[in-house]
Write a protein that binds this ligand. Structure first.
Ligand SMILES: NC(=O)c1ccc[n+]([C@@H]2O[C@H](COP(=O)([O-])OP(=O)(O)OC[C@H]3O[C@@H](n4cnc5c(N)ncnc54)[C@H](OP(=O)(O)O)[C@@H]3O)[C@@H](O)[C@H]2O)c1
Length: 264
């Protein structure tokens, strides 16, 4: 799908990968809807997108609240515009061991990463189908392909996205719904700072590995190229992506490596 002249809704647009993708797409003279919770940050991103020649609307909402998701969807649907792309980057990570994490924190991570994404998709899908189809992208992680210490609920919520959106794709091929699952490795953003710790509070620290990761800008260019080519899975990152193949082809090596990995 070429971006020019298209209407594209981007969640997680206030920061990191979603922000960088919004800026990149805005160079193609699009109509963008930018979402996240932080309205101030969204307005700043919107201004930069407008300076690139795109038209932008900011609609803030909280992925962890179904009511808030549906309210945002209503605001968009009431405008009766075709939604060509729904690109979802909104998400939250985790830095806590299974043994110390209350179920409430696991649920919170699932509410944002899985149920929030699913709720928004379900709200928009019928309208997309009615309008002849569209592209839906969701953001998983390499730990959506294998488990990783300190990320149990995060990894599980990302695994769940694969199952859900592969099913959605298979059900909707005839409806011209194209699904892309974005699978980042280590991208230098605020994701570790914003991760939830065992108390459900922000972890507040930059991971050493993440600090050495690819930039959000570099990643956004790869993601945008792959979205335009409607790739079903979009792996983006550096050398760490090899872990996906090690898990698939050399599982015993993966079990060994995962058991010895430093969590941070
Ligand atoms: N960076 C990496 O290495 C990496 C690796 C694998 C996967 N990912 C995934 O990539 C996506 C983007 O992450 P990032 O690295 O760009 O991190 P980030 O800088 O922390 O951005 C996360 C985005 O998600 C939004 N968000 C978080 N909680 C939300 C909520 N309750 N309601 C609505 N929006 C919410 C944030 O907006 P507000 O704060 O304004 O709400 C922000 O725009 C996430 O799904 C993440 O899991 C990242």
């Amino acid at each position: 799908m070429k971006f020019n002249g298209k209407n594209i809704w981007i969640t997680g647009a206030s920061s990191g990968i979603g922000e960088a993708v919004a800026i990149e797409i805005s160079k193609h003279k699009t109509f963008l809807i930018l979402s996240g919770r932080n309205e101030e940050a969204l307005k700043e991103v919107a201004e930069r997108c407008q300076n690139n020649g795109s038209t932008v609307q900011v609609i803030s909402f909280d992925l962890s609240s179904e009511e808030s998701v549906l309210e945002a969807a209503d605001k968009v649907l009431s405008q009766k515009i075709k939604i060509d792309g729904l690109y979802q980057f909104g998400g939250i990570s985790q830095r806590s061991f299974v043994s110390e994490t209350p179920l409430a924190v696991d649920r919170k991570i699932f509410e944002v990463n899985f149920f929030g994404t699913v709720a928004l998709t379900k709200a928009i899908l019928p309208w997309m189908i009615e309008n002849g189809g569209g592209q839906i992208a969701v953001t998983s992680s390499i730990v959506g392909k294998f488990g990783f210490p300190y990320r149990s609920a995060y990894s599980a919520s990302k695994h769940a996205l694969h199952g859900y959106f592969e099913s959605l794709r298979a059900e909707n091929v005839q409806n011209n719904i194209r699904v892309s699952v974005i699978i980042p490795g280590r991208i230098k953003t605020n994701v570790s700072l914003n991760s939830l710790n065992k108390n459900g509070n922000p972890h507040g620290q930059m991971d050493e590995g993440l600090d050495k990761g690819k930039s959000a800008e570099w990643s956004s260019r790869k993601i945008c190229r792959s979205l335009q080519n409607e790739r079903k899975e979009i792996l983006v990152g550096g050398a760490e992506l090899i872990m996906v193949y090690i898990r698939r082809f050399f599982p015993r090596l993966y079990y060994f490596m995962a058991s010895r990995v430093k969590p941070l």
